[in-house]
Design a protein around this ligand. Structure first.
Ligand SMILES: [Fe+2]
Length: 267
């Protein structure tokens, strides 16, 4: 499996606090069957604004050397969880190699948990015009996408991709996010499952349990693609054409096996 979203680099953000925690996280990931990790520290999110973005690469080289010493066989790539900012396109033109995932044409975009700003469709369009395929980080944790899945459908239809957190499948973020991730998956609005690992405790880097839960809903083959085949397109920088067309929630809501959280809430 390939984990495309993990805060494993030591001392950069609210993820691993030091090298010892990074090593323990890598060990957990390896035990779970993860063979490659893209290290994705928060970028442009208030306190996580680095003067020199090459620090991501430096920390990754340090960690890779230590993993080698400890014989923890995990391939490490660099990336970022890019919080939306007003001058994002300028930042991409200046720092593209630091912001994209594994130096590919894919880039994470992170929305605030309770907000999706008005111009989001323009931004997605602008990103794609720059040759970037935006990957929306954990939409099932955003209250706007939870209650307006049509917006996620529209963005995916435009060409954006979406990554769900493993913890959402196991109830880590509450019942709304759990129902949302399952209904989004049923609507073919999720293309990757990643750990969003931050530590060795509740937010540890594990994928296998989430993959099993996804398989219960969409079958083994599709679930495996979410943690293995699809993420490999990113680390190999290959074009990715989703195998399943996105389904419009507005027309399909009543047929869903898993209720959308907005219906769930009206009960
Ligand atoms: Fe994250």
């Amino acid at each position: 499996m390939v984990d495309i979203h993990c805060h494993i680099l030591p001392g950069l953000d609210d993820g691993a606090q030091d090298m010892s925690e990074s090593i323990k996280m890598a060990h957990i990931a390896k035990e779970d069957g993860i063979q490659a990790i893209i290290a994705t520290p928060h970028i442009f999110r208030g306190t996580y604004n680095y003067d020199d973005l090459s620090i991501i690469e430096q920390k990754s080289i340090e960690l890779a050397a230590v993993l080698d010493r400890y014989r923890i066989d995990i391939r490490l790539f660099t990336g970022a969880e890019v919080h939306l900012s007003h001058n994002l396109i300028d930042e991409i033109r200046r720092h593209r190699e630091h912001l994209t995932l594994a130096n590919s044409s894919y880039m994470f975009v992170e929305f605030p948990s309770d907000h999706v700003f008005q111009g989001v469709k323009h931004l997605i369009f602008d990103l794609m015009s720059e040759g970037i395929t935006p990957v929306i980080a954990h939409p099932e944790r955003n209250t706007v996408f939870i209650h307006h899945p049509e917006l996620l459908f529209e963005l995916v239809t435009m060409g954006a991709l979406a990554q769900a957190n493993a913890g959402s499948f196991t109830g880590l973020y509450g019942s709304e996010s759990e129902a949302a991730v399952l209904s989004f998956l049923e609507l073919n609005l999720i293309h990757f499952i990643a750990t969003d690992g931050h530590n060795t405790r509740s937010m540890s880097p594990r994928l296998s349990e989430a993959c099993r839960k996804a398989a219960d809903l969409v079958g083994e083959e599709q679930a495996t693609a979410l943690v293995s085949d699809n993420p490999r397109h990113i680390i190999e920088n290959r074009d990715f054409f989703p195998a399943h067309e996105p389904i419009n929630p507005a027309s399909h809501e009543k047929k869903l096996k898993i209720k959308l959280p907005r219906l769930f809430r009206r009960k």
